[in-house]
Design a protein around this ligand. Structure first.
Ligand code: SAM
Length: 621
């Protein structure tokens, strides 16, 4: 039995939370090792953004969904096909042939307890099919896969696995036992039918019985010592005599050698021992039927020899008759326990030896009652504070040939040296066991941490994959943006060329307008001044920047604009040139002049968009 010896400190907050979970959901985590359990619960609390156990309990009370998240975090489902392949090779080569030979006449019953998503149960089917053949396995082998985790069982029941999950299975075995199912593989249906999955709590539910092989790997290590012991009791019941128990590489059956034989400690393979019958002790009656016969002399000679032998025996011996009277004390008894011949003929219960160093009267009664030798081992006799002796005392009732009680003989054997060695050995063994247990506990702790790490790695891998896919999306968007950018740049280039062309055209037009000696004013459709050339500046004395975008007919300068409103309106309305008309005006230097005004429509793409006024001073000859 595994003895983790974990010294988990009691955290009352955690304990109360566990009791709440048990009472609210019937899921009992109180038998789990606190170290890893606390780590997992804290992990979930952290993910839920809660720091305190009480607050977390409130969350559980208000959200049924949170229970699911918590269970998924606590129940680590790390598993794989033929996990620890070396051990599976051992199972197939060294254990299964005997197992199969042993059960030649009946079905083979196997239990994968804590099977997670089923890889272990299917690995067992494959192992049996490889040993027995597919047909025979489909007929004779029944495999029970159980777990407490319903989600994991749901996956197990589908029997469908990804290419990655099947990596530990060789391509030959994969093709033999799996069928392609889209991008995944499903376990072949004829053998799939031989696996029965079900929810089962190994700490609470009645075990499956009459098993030939029980596989419970990497599950026991999550429990504390007491719970592990209870589970092992159930497993002992579940296995038939000689059935095999296969544990995980960090798990062990310590101090259970009475019930389980070690098949291979390295591979964590154990075998349930058959029950052992205790042999009955046989007493040897003393023959007293020669007394009074003609051979009396001879008999008394023999008796004398027997008495002498008893007297000289290397053990202290005291003989008591059926009435409880001391009739024999040998020399060792006298030397070691200080008895004398005066004690002969006295009732045994009056003597100190009857109760010191150990109470012997009741033991004698028991020996009589049970008709057998009773032994009292390693009785301590303290001679002084520093000097201790240990005695093994044998109480042997004697029966006459008539079947009546003849008395009892007590033999005291000095076991001081042996007991000391034994005590020393026991101490050493305990030290060794403690060291072993500590090692085992560390090993289990390492393994659970390892599994936690593996599960975190899997989570990280998923996150990584998500990041990678986001990254790919970003890259696609980037490329799209880049191509948009290139298009924009081309358009920009075109615009720049157009602008240059336009600038050139404008400069050209401005040059033309500048060179025209007459005043040229361009008005837009709203009669705002769009252009005011040099000729107009010189004629009227207003600069182009003073009038640009001003309503032409609001401008006050030497030309009375009201006089030309008619020609402008007509030109805009008809789209035809109007004028010339002569208007009396005052030029830039204040001289009265006659100004000839012609109005032409400003056309762009054929539509009237304004008017061009041509203004010239009229010179008369
Ligand atoms: C790490 S997995 C081991 C899977 C598989 N046996 C292997 O070694 O690959 C441990 C499994 O034990 C299950 N488990 C935990 N407590 C359990 C309990 N009380 N009864 C049955 N299964 C339990 C978990 O749900 C998990 O699927």
């Amino acid at each position: 039995m595994t003895q983790p010896g974990e010294q988990d400190e009691v955290d009352s907050g955690l304990e109360e939370l566990l009791i709440f979970i048990r009472d609210a959901r019937g899921f009992d985590f109180t038998g789990y090792k606190r170290s890893s359990l606390a780590r997992r619960i804290r992990k979930r609390m952290h993910e839920a953004g809660i720091a305190d156990y009480l607050d977390y309990r409130d969350r559980l009370e208000s959200s049924a969904e949170e229970f699911g998240h918590l269970f998924n975090t606590i129940l680590i489902n790390v598993t794989s096909f033929f996990r620890d392949s070396e051990t599976w090779t051992y199972l197939q080569r060294e254990v299964m042939p005997d197992l199969i030979a042993d059960v030649a006449n009946h079905d083979i019953r196997v239990w994968s307890a804590g099977c997670a998503s089923g890889e272990e149960a299917y690995s067992l089917v494959i192992a049996f099919a490889e040993a027995l053949g597919i047909e025979e396995t489909a007929k004779r082998v029944k495999i029970y896969g159980t777990d407490v985790d319903e989600d994991a069982l749901r996956d197990a029941r589908t029997g469908i696995y990804t290419v990655k999950a099947l990596e530990p299975v060789s391509p030959e075995l994969r093709d033999k036992y799996f069928e392609k199912n889209g991008g995944q593989f499903s376990f072949r249906p004829d053998l799939r039918r031989r696996v029965i999955f079900g929810r089962h709590d190994i700490t609470r539910d009645a075990p499956i019985s009459r098993l030939d092989l029980l596989v419970c790997r990497n599950t026991l290590m999550y429990f504390n010592v007491e719970t592990q012991a209870q589970v092992i009791d159930r497993f002992h019941f579940a296995l038939r005599e000689g059935g095999d128990l296969f544990l995980g590489k960090a798990e062990m059956l310590l101090s259970d050698s009475e019930r389980f034989e070690v098949v291979s400690m390295r591979q964590r393979m154990f075998r349930r021992r058959p029950g052992v019958a205790v042999p009955k002790y046989q007493t040897m009656p003393i023959r007293l039927d020669t007394i009074g016969s003609p051979e009396l002399r001879e008999v008394s000679r023999k008796r004398q020899l027997r008495d002498l032998a008893l007297e000289a025996a290397p053990f202290a011996i005291i003989g008591i008759d059926a009435d409880g009277i001391v009739i024999l004390i040998n020399s060792q008894m006298r030397n070691v326990f200080g008895m004398t011949s005066r004690d002969l003929g006295r009732p045994f219960h009056d003597l100190e030896i009857s109760y010191r160093p150990v109470e012997l009267r009741s033991v004698i009664e028991r020996a009589y009652a049970e008709h057998r030798v009773v032994r009292v081992s390693s009785v301590e006799r303290r001679l002084s504070p520093d000097e201790v002796q240990y005695w093994d005392i044998q109480i042997q009732p004697l029966w006459g040939s008539d079947g009546l009680s003849a008395g009892v003989i007590l033999t005291f054997i000095d076991a001081t040296i042996a007991t000391r060695v034994q005590l020393e050995l026991k101490r050493n063994r305990q030290d060794l066991d403690t060291a072993h247990e500590e090692l085992q506990s560390t090993n289990e702790e390492l393994e659970t941490t390892n599994e936690e790490l593996q599960s975190s790695i899997e989570e990280l891998e998923t996150t990584n994959e998500e990041l990678q896919s986001t990254n790919e999306e970003l890259e696609t968007t980037n490329e799209e943006l880049q191509s948009g950018n290139e298009e924009l740049e081309t358009m920009n280039e075109e615009m720049r060329a157009r602008t240059a062309e336009l600038d050139e055209a404008r400069t050209f037009l401005e040059g033309v307008l500048f060179s025209v000696a007459a005043g040229v004013v361009v008005l837009d459709g709203n009669l705002l001044v769009r252009s005011w050339n040099k000729g107009a500046e010189e004629l009227w004395g207003l600069r182009a920047d003073e009038v640009r975008n001003q309503p032409f007919f609001n401008l006050v300068f030497g030309l009375p604009t009201a006089g030309i409103q008619g020609v402008v309106q007509e030109c805009l309305a008809t789209g035809k040139r109007t004028g010339p008309i002569h208007v009396a005006a005052i030029n830039r230097i204040g001289r009265s002049i006659t100004c000839t005004v012609t109005c032409s429509p400003l056309k762009s793409n054929g539509a009237g968009e304004g008017a061009v006024l041509l203004m010239e001073e009229l010179y008369r000859d």
